[in-house]
Write a protein that binds this ligand. Structure first.
Ligand code: OGA
Ligand code: NI
Length: 333
């Protein structure tokens, strides 16, 4: 039987101020109780066109924050607007039409339409549905998992991917130079042209109790880098100095997360960011993260330049798919 989606639950709610108990987080996770409201420094906003400063700015943000917002990135607003439009229209299809793309856990693939299911010790659920599909490389794309409606879905995603490949290169170049490495070092260590790009469209329906529920629970991304487009409904929070703080909505910006694989390769010099998503009482929140990762068979571990007797390896060297298996099953790495 298909999983019941949060979008369907939200549309059937009788009450404007209660949610089913399985969506009420434990108190130490509830955004109402745990969001820091005092003055806090803002996540860095970096101008990708400022060639004199961009390497230092990206390196510093990745050491101190593990996240930054990128402006002047060169992706036309119309391209991002189309990506958003076709994703939003997919979620406006009928439940039955969407279920044609339902993720099949038995397939061994994460791709498809589903609802947030994390193994949770208290049996709690998150307030959000999603669609996952690969964008790159072409050999790993399964067009059967790309919506056929709206009819421009495919083109919008292909055009966005083309721009994203260029942005990913620029980010990895800066991260390499910021570590004193050759420009192409990190990209090579992540599989070069074989790097995977996986799109997730997160759909968070309005929630009567945004103070009690979470759209995505606290985690760091397993990817090397995640490039996220939000809609204009804020909700992403990061943990900084043990406080949960909101990201500002910067119109047109891409939100870049440093993921676990960059932390591992740099032996901890760059930090993957702990983050979570909150939801909104009145408005639908949608986000489009693209997880950029090494291919499954790639060996990943701290680069030899960063391992010395004084500074031993903090992480194992193993295949990316083994890192993935442990993370998905909440096993020690
Ligand atoms: C994720 C995630 C945050 C957001 O899907 O991994 O962290 O802003 N999403 O939706
Ligand atoms: Ni994430």
């Amino acid at each position: 039987m298909a999983q019941v989606k949060v979008q369907a639950i939200a549309s059937m709610l009788q009450s404007k101020d209660t949610i089913p108990p399985e969506f009420v987080r434990m108190e130490d996770e509830q955004p109402g109780a745990t969001t820091y409201r005092g003055p806090a420094p803002a996540v860095p906003v970096i101008d990708l066109a400022d060639t004199d400063r961009v390497v230092d700015a990206i390196a510093e943000a990745s050491r101190e924050w593990g996240i930054f917002q990128l402006v002047n990135h060169g992706i036309p607003a119309a391209v991002i607007g189309e990506l958003q439009r076709v994703g939003r229209e997919f979620f406006q299809l009928s439940q039955e039409e969407k279920e044609a793309y339902a993720a099949d856990p038995r397939s061994g693939s994460i791709e498809g339409y589903g609802t947030q299911i994390q193994k949770d010790p208290h049996g709690k659920k998150a307030w959000g549905d999603y669609l996952f599909h690969n964008l790159w490389p072409p050999s790993r794309i399964n067009h059967g998992m790309w919506p056929r409606q709206p009819s421009s879905y495919r083109e919008a995603n292909e055009v966005y991917t083309k721009y994203l490949l260029g942005i990913l290169d620029k980010i990895l170049d800066s991260l390499s130079l910021g570590l004193g490495l050759e420009r192409s070092a990190l990209k090579k260590a992540l599989g070069g042209e074989e790097m995977d790009m996986l799109l997730k469209v997160n759909y968070y329906p309005p929630c009567p109790r945004p103070d009690l529920a979470l759209g995505v629970v606290a985690h760091s991304d397993l990817s090397a880098v995640t490039i996220l487009v939000p809609n204009d409904v804020p909700g992403l929070q990061i943990s900084k100095d043990d406080r949960w703080i909101d990201l500002d909505y910067v119109p047109g910006a891409l939100i870049i997360h440093i993921g676990d694989q960059i932390e591992i390769l740099s032996n901890g010099k760059y930090k993957s960011v702990l983050h979570r998503a909150t939801v909104n009482k009145e408005r639908v929140r949608i986000s489009w993260p693209v997880f950029c990762s090494p291919p499954p068979e790639m060996m990943v571990g701290p680069l030899p330049q960063f391992v010395t007797d004084q500074n031993p390896a903090k992480y194992k060297t193993k295949k990316y798919k083994d890192y993935q298996y442990c993370k998905l099953n909440k096993l020690p790495q």
